[in-house]
Design a protein around this ligand. Structure first.
Ligand code: GLA
Length: 701
């Protein structure tokens, strides 16, 4: 049973396959956290809710570890909920009222402020199979006056007290998203956040805590994320009393939400998990959860895609795209995507955003001839859009200058010559839905790359009263989700990719509306190894798009072999972004052979289990292995970074195979038992700088 209620102790235990999460009501009526971690045998094994730490010169009551830390009384740590009542009172004391269980996995606890008719429901969903818990809060204003919400977290997580907490998180910048960082947690507070309107390149809403000793395959790891695509915040706070508290939810910076009488406010969902089998297991639980619970069409394999962005930039037209489409089809591409530049007067990034009509010079007969050609070549057709943005030089902006976020009378800050449409407004949402609906209705489009190329600045909404303007951070994201929801309902055959100048919008909040992510604009295959590694800690492989592009790479000027570029990109959902017109026959043949090979292992890569055998952060090289569910196939990718002293590459020991089975590798022309591959390992043959090898093992019948 996933949810256990123990009446005599007034406590609840959320049980997953390998973890227990427990809390109970203390004598002040507060919900005290009791345990998160390994499974306990008896109820008497859990501490009592009143058993708080005792420290000199600190009120014992202040050592409260409440499930949601309301700001009031002795609560000095980061609040889980902070608000102001209509009479100016800013004190919140939440007391337990009742609980209910919905289905066999959902627990809802109702709390009420000690004085005001303010109800907070803590909603837990136990994902037994994945050792995960989803949490969020619903806040009801049952009074007759508005209240002002100032800080709303979806979850407050507490951890076992330990001297050596270590934090892992994903940070970076444009072209260097999702880099894994690790550091000890000492006293004080570390804030991971986005204040930029979208999820951000700079920091991603995921964390992991271990006790300084967990590795890929062993050790206790706690981890989680915020399912929200903008204005999120995770605080990691080690108190002077050695406890660790992580708050995850909405960013309270520049945020208030007026909750009118009778209204309810719902926080983002936060996910948390526990593993006693290391970071690899933690990642795998998230991958499996995202596949089964969040991502769209996750049971289908992602097609091999071609996108001409890096090849032609804004210079797209019917003839050149048709030429590329012919070549793409010939090498095995299944989905042909036309990127930026097809609409309005869009000849560069200074003009046209917002004008979503087909450019009549580039496509005199509309998109149909190109789509027909693409389809006759056996491919599906996809298109790029950036619906939340506008260039000042556009018909849309000339018509609706008031549709952007701005503060009246103040100058605008532009990024990439564009301004952000106020998607919090319903009329803007309807505009976006209408043009997208028309585009998808009039054209046989199977795939949409939904881009978002800048951060929010001057986030004013002058038509709203002052105290409601700061809601835009949340209303924009809700507006975006609602447009995507409506589009998906009306056009169920269309798949979506979440892109934001590369990987600025990768998170679990947008997952239910998309099939995949654009991981980074940095397509250099070596840099990608690190970006993809970080991504893999938190997110599902199938959703990770990786392209093979031209050399020297446009971001960093590095030249690598086609083989190395393919191997790096084959570790996710494969895309091709090279200028196929400039490819020689030999290169086209080589590309075609890799795509063919990819198709024989893509199920293993996209749906299989990923093992990070050697990190790109190491000096030696990188090794990543994928194993399919039945353990009948494994794909091992190895990369040598820089050749040094002619040292041979280390043997790589595989994981996850059937020890008794025999496996055959055509690359090595070798037959080995699973046991031997997992204990003695494989010795890759890598010699040159940026050398790579893909070794596939198929189980012998
Ligand atoms: C962003 C995307 C790119 C490309 C360009 C087009 O940078 O990440 O892949 O679509 O926009 O302007």
């Amino acid at each position: 049973m996933a949810i256990l209620y123990v009446e005599e102790n007034q406590m609840w235990v959320l049980r997953t396959r390998r973890s227990d999460y427990a809390f109970g009501v203390d004598s002040f009526g507060r919900l005290q956290h009791l345990h998160w971690g390994g499974k306990q045998g008896n109820i008497s094994d859990f501490p009592h809710p009143d058993d708080l730490q005792k420290w000199v010169w600190e009120a014992q009551e202040g050592n409260s570890r409440e499930e949601i830390m309301p700001w009031g009384g002795y609560a000095f740590t980061e609040p889980g909920l902070k608000m102001t009542f209509a009479d100016g009172v800013r004190d919140l004391k939440l007391q337990y009222i009742q609980y209910e269980v919905e289905g066999d996995d959902k627990l809802i606890l109702t709390l009420k402020d000690a004085r005001e008719p303010l109800i907070v429901k803590l909603v837990y969903r136990v994902l037994e199979e994945y050792d995960l818990i989803e949490r969020h809060v619903d806040i009801y204003n049952d009074g007759d006056k508005p209240v002002s919400l100032e800080s709303v977290m979806g979850a407050v997580w507490h951890f076992p007290i330990h001297p050596d907490y270590r934090l892992s998180y994903l940070a970076g910048h444009w072209g260097a998203e999702t880099q894994l960082l690790r550091e000890p947690v000492l006293q004080g507070k570390k804030v991971l956040e986005s204040r930029r309107g979208q999820t951000s390149h700079q920091c991603n809403p995921w964390f992991a805590i271990d006790f300084g000793e967990a590795v890929e395959e062993s050790g206790e790891v706690y981890y989680g994320g915020v399912s929200f695509s903008g204005h999120w915040k995770i605080t990691v706070e080690r108190t002077p009393y050695q406890t660790l508290q992580i708050n995850a939810g909405l960013n309270d910076f520049d945020f208030t939400w007026q909750l009118d009488p009778g209204e309810v406010f719902t926080s983002p969902i936060c996910v948390g998990g526990y593993s006693n089998a290391g970071f690899g297991d933690a990642s795998w639980n998230l991958h499996a959860y995202q596949k089964s619970e969040l991502l769209q069409k996750s049971n289908e394999l992602r097609p091999v895609l071609y996108n001409s962005w890096e090849a032609t930039m804004f210079d797209v037209n019917e003839k050149s795209q048709m030429q590329l489409a012919e070549k793409a089809a010939a090498i095995g591409v299944e989905l042909f995507v036309i990127d930026d530049g097809w609409f309005g007067q869009r000849n560069d990034d200074k003009v046209g955003l917002g004008d979503w009509y087909v450019n009549p010079v580039k496509f005199p007969d509309g998109l149909r001839p190109l789509i027909d050609r693409v389809q006759s070549l056996g491919m599906k057709f996809g298109i790029w859009v950036e619906p939340e943005m506008v260039n000042a030089d556009s018909d849309l902006y000339r018509r609706h200058p008031e549709w952007i976020y701005h503060f009246p009378g103040r100058p605008f800050t532009e990024m990439r010559n564009q301004r952000v449409l106020n998607v919090a407004r319903e009329d803007v949402q309807n505009y976006i839905f209408t043009f997208m609906d028309r585009l998808l209705t009039e054209n046989d489009i199977s795939f949409v790359k939904w881009d978002m190329n800048r951060n929010f600045t001057e986030p004013g909404w002058p038509e709203r009263p002052h105290d409601k303007q700061k809601e835009i951070w949340v209303r924009h994201v809700q507006g975006l989700y609602s447009i995507l929801r409506r589009l998906r309902e009306k056009h169920p055959g269309v798949s979506f990719e979440s892109c934001s100048g590369g990987g600025g919008r990768i998170d679990m909040g947008i997952m239910p509306y998309v099939e995949q992510f654009w991981t980074s604009d940095n397509t250099d295959p070596f840099d990608r190894l690190a970006i993809q590694e970080g991504y893999s800690y938190a997110y599902n492989t199938k959703a990770m798009m990786a392209w093979v592009t031209d050399v020297p790479n446009y971001v960093n000027g590095r030249t690598t072999t086609l083989r190395y570029r393919f191997h790096s990109a084959m570790m996710g959902s494969l895309g091709i972004g090279v200028d196929l017109n400039a490819f020689s026959t030999t290169e086209l043949e080589e590309a075609s052979a890799y795509i063919k090979q990819y198709k024989t292992i893509r199920e293993t890569i996209q749906d299989g289990r990923l093992f990070r055998l050697m990190s790109p952060r190491s000096k030696l090289g990188t090794a990543v292995q994928y194993v399919n569910e039945s353990r009948s196939q494994s794909a091992l990718f190895v990369f040598l970074h820089a050749q040094r002293f002619r040292h041979p590459f280390m043997p790589v020991r595989l994981r996850g195979l059937d020890p008794e089975a025999l496996y055959y590798s055509a690359e090595l022309n070798e037959e080995r038992s699973g046991r031997s591959l997992m204990t003695i390992g494989v010795r890759p043959d890598l010699k040159a700088d940026y050398d790579s090898q893909l070794i596939v093992w198929n189980k012998k019948e």
